[in-house]
Design a protein around this ligand. Structure first.
Ligand code: MTE
Length: 326
């Protein structure tokens, strides 16, 4: 069996971490549930499709309040040196050291699946004519830290509409480049490469979902996912896939990298939710990367449902059991 190397647990107080014996028991219980054909269907989300999204999409006017937070920004130095980008290693400082080898120009993205105008398109053409927008978003990592980052980019929905998705396009799947020549981490099977992520179509079309090409007014550094990455601010950071080379419109829920590795720990939706703990740690609180030379992390603060974007996004999940569809 392949060795699983999930995220390294965050440095949280021992009292917040589930006792190991309890955790092991829980994992045994989950394994037993999954092995049972009847109970397995109830325990996970792989077996069934979630309820369809609401018919009325969220309007840009309704989403606008979420475009900028007035909270203090995380320092540029920290945003660009404390990263998760496993293609360049699993340490937080690996990407900033190793990612310089990623060639980001020319860059093409292959778009296919359930759409009328599939094709391979250069980055410049992909975003041509769309005015870059600035968004100041909180990014909450599943590990328990968070940042506030000024991004530049274009709404993903505006890009996707250019390919004319068909009525069968219920999901959108994204793939990162996986080139061992340029990405040393890909030589190790920490993840089943390429890194893959997915969104339900309404989430992809939501005005808050950004296809980012820059941060702090500069082109995106390689370690942050150059030349283009997703930013989905109400979901855990791992949904914000970096260095995208393929986009596919799909009828069925696509496989995603972390869910494939550990389905009991990383669900498809992965909406930030303080009421649904990760099996190995609490998600109730988080620590901002503080940007103080003497101290990387600030004091713990409560994590908010949907990372504080409930007003803009909660309607998309009305009637859904968010413990089941975590
Ligand atoms: N995308 C790829 N291709 N590979 C990764 O390892 N890590 C994810 C996400 N996107 C990751 C990725 C995780 S866990 C987080 S928290 C964010 O990127 C981190 O983004 P940042 O380094 O720009 O803060």
């Amino acid at each position: 069996m392949r060795t699983l190397r999930p995220f390294r647990p965050p440095a949280v107080a021992a009292s917040e971490i589930t006792d190991e014996a309890v955790y092991r028991d829980r994992r045994r219980l989950l394994a037993a549930l999954a092995a049972s054909p009847v109970l397995g269907a109830l325990s996970g989300c792989a077996e069934a499709e979630p309820p369809p999204p609401p018919r009325t999409p969220v309007s840009t006017a309704d989403a606008r309040a979420g475009f900028r937070t007035g909270e203090p920004l995380t320092r540029y130095e920290d945003v660009t040196s404390y990263n998760n980008f496993y293609e360049f290693g699993t340490g937080k400082d690996d990407p900033s050291k190793a990612a310089k080898t990623l060639r980001t120009s020319p860059w093409t993205v292959a778009v296919d699946g359930e759409c009328a105008r599939p094709g391979r398109i250069g980055l410049e053409d992909l975003v041509r004519g769309l005015a870059p927008q600035e968004r100041i978003y909180r990014l909450r990592c599943v590990e328990g830290w968070s940042m506030v980052i000024p991004w530049q980019g274009v709404p993903l929905g505006e890009v996707l509409r250019r390919f004319e998705p068909t009525a069968k396009a219920k999901y959108v799947a994204f793939t990162t480049l996986a080139d061992p020549q340029q990405m040393p981490g890909v030589r190790y099977r920490s993840i089943d490469w390429p890194y893959r992520e997915g969104l339900r179509i309404d989430e992809a079309m939501h005005p808050l979902t950004l296809l980012a090409t820059g941060l702090y007014g500069k082109p995106l550094p390689q370690q942050n996912g150059a030349p283009l990455r997703l930013v989905v601010p109400w979901k855990y950071g791992f949904k914000s896939i970096k260095s995208i080379v393929a986009i596919r419109f799909a009828e069925k829920m696509p496989a995603t990298a972390w869910n494939a590795l550990q389905p009991s720990e990383y669900g498809f939706f992965s909406n930030v939710n303080p009421d649904v703990d990760h099996p190995r740690w609490s998600q109730k609180t988080e620590r901002r990367i503080a940007g103080q030379a003497s101290k990387l992390f600030a004091e713990r603060i409560p994590t908010r449902p949907f990372n504080g974007y409930a007003e803009q996004v909660a309607s998309m999940y009305a009637g859904m059991d968010l413990r089941k569809w975590f």
